[in-house]
Design a protein. Sequence first.
Length: 142
Amino acid sequence: MACLKPRTMAHQQPAKSELHIQPRPATRTERVDFFGNLLCFFTIQEPHRELIVEARSEVTVNGNTAPLPQQVLPWEEAAKLVPNDCSAAGLEAYQFGFESPRIRVRPEFADYALQSFTPGRPMPEALLDLTARCLLYTSRCV
């Protein structure tokens, strides 16, 4: 499964998106998940020494989406606001606070995240750091 195509949102519209897979998949299907992400499921049914999954996208970005400095809260404050935020964005964020039936909460996950979520750190900065660390970790596993 690959989730490598950008989704349409208020501040961005994908203009073009391609996903190239080598060796060529025997089967390939796509669907949109609950969160609006385009998922690509594929199977490789031949022996291979290397799997290459390459995504290329062109995205139109509308305006500056970066928050103003006075709008950026420390992550601890932002987290406290989520359970009571009934806006569309608040409800979307709230659903990610629950345990998944496929992956159970474990202390090691919190330990890993807390390396990025240091006390008083602005939420966007902590999220970007965590994402970069996860991508770096994933690329080392290949």
